[in-house]
Ligand binder design. Structure first.
Ligand SMILES: Cc1cc2nc3c(=O)[nH]c(=O)nc-3n(C[C@H](O)[C@H](O)[C@H](O)COP(=O)(O)OP(=O)(O)OC[C@H]3O[C@@H](n4cnc5c(N)ncnc54)[C@H](O)[C@@H]3O)c2cc1C
Length: 351
């Protein structure tokens, strides 16, 4: 395995931003992983496991440690019957290609998660979710390399403790595992999930063929989330999470909007609130919008007008500092005007 020095990380991220990694290697299996971790331990280096770089902001100074990029490949049907299929997918497979493959085979479950950049392994890390579906609903188990014991382990979906944009992989056990495979449980009988507002509008009668739902998701996403095919469209998806509130907190927010803005704004909040996994959420985009931040820019970075949750590398030459300054300005303005503290969704590396 080749261990490279001073590798610029910007091309490995969808923001197209970020300085060098002191060391960088590509791993395909547990033997490469062992070698990488042994090297890191010997040289007392921090490590960071990289997938497709679509949920990260890497600092302009880069990462003073070892970046381990996972590039294993392969898709295998483990078992199937008339109702379901168990599909084992290697971490390094491009996620949207896997969704496309499932849709072509008329296997239900992944379609609402169409057109999300990144690799398959990372799907389990933040329990990726979109349009009413979450990874946890289709993940049967996850095969990992444990860097402490050097063993391959099979973790059940329960072991992964999935929550809203969270799992053991980005909380309690962060850094302990490299995910090598995910087994998905997909349905052969139609299970359209169309309760999300934008999708409901596309399928007012319900129903819908699997490939029609995928196409609808792609169409909706293309309006809101610039697909990061070039530096000028660089982004990491939603930069802010949707706040989860208890009913009492929601009531306080509503009262604050009524006094700080006006009754109409407070009424719109009532309409915009939604329930997800029995949790009351409010769209962070709405808060950013009412605070008048939709056209904010800093250096080369800008809030994406069509979906203000997204920060975009507008000039293609934005720095990580531009992005973070902009994100912090949004965060403090929203907090001052609404009392809500927004949380960042992408991981900050090397800050
Ligand atoms: C345009 C756009 C739209 C997006 N839309 C959504 C959306 O709708 N919903 C959503 O949830 N996210 C969305 N995202 C965020 C992102 O695409 C997902 O979080 C994606 O799963 C990240 O995958 P990645 O391979 O790029 O991970 P990376 O960004 O490379 O890494 C993310 C995290 O996962 C860890 N990781 C990656 N691979 C492994 C592995 N094999 N083993 C252990 N840890 C690993 C990394 O260490 C890091 O902590 C969007 C991003 C963009 C750019």
């Amino acid at each position: 395995m080749n261990i490279l020095k001073d590798v610029i990380l910007a091309p490995y991220t969808t923001f197209k931003i970020g300085g060098p990694a002191r060391y960088f290697c590509v791993v395909h299996d547990q033997f490469d992983a062992l070698e990488a971790f042994e090297f890191a331990e010997k040289h007392r280096l921090q490590t960071f496991v990289l997938g497709g770089g679509s949920n990260l902001l890497v600092s302009d100074e880069g990462f003073n440690g070892m970046v381990i990029k996972v590039e294993d490949k392969g898709i295998e049907i483990l078992s199937q019957d008339d109702n379901q299929v168990l599909l084992k997918v290697a971490s390094g497979e491009v996620w949207d290609k896997v969704v496309e493959f499932a849709v072509k085979n008329i296997w239900w479950g992944m379609e609402n998660l169409s057109h999300i950049p990144g690799s398959t392994g990372a799907i389990a890390v933040q329990n990726v979710g979109a349009y009413g579906q979450e990874a946890k609903n289709i993940i049967e188990s996850v095969v990992v390399f444990n860097r402490e014991t050097h063993e391959i382990q099979n973790l059940s979906s329960n072991d992964c403790k999935f929550g809203y944009r969270s799992s053991i992989f980005n909380t309690a056990q962060k850094g302990k595992y490299i995910i090598f495979y995910i087994t998905f449980k997909l349905s052969k009988t139609a299970r359209p999930i169309l309760n999300y507002r934008d999708l409901k509008l596309q399928f007012p009668e319900g129903g819908g063929q699997l490939n029609e739902i995928r196409q609808a998701v792609v169409k909706i996403r293309d309006i809101k989330f610039p697909f990061p095919t070039e530096a000028k469209k660089g982004n990491a998806g939603s930069f802010f999470k949707n706040p989860i509130l208890a009913q009492s907190e929601f009531n306080e927010l509503k009262a604050r909007l009524q006094s700080g803005f006006n009754k109409e704004v407070a009424d719109v909040l009532e309409k915009k609130k939604f329930t997800d996994n029995a949790q009351l959420k409010i769209p962070a985009a709405f808060l950013i919008d009412i605070c008048g931040l939709k056209d904010l820019e800093k250096g080369g970075a800008a809030i994406n007008h069509n979906q203000p949750l997204v920060i975009i590398n507008k000039t293609g030459a934005a720095t990580a500092k531009d992005v973070l300054d902009l994100a912090n300005r949004v965060k403090s303005a929203v907090q001052n005007k609404t009392g809500i503290e927004l949380q960042f969704e992408p991981e900050l590396i090397g800050f």
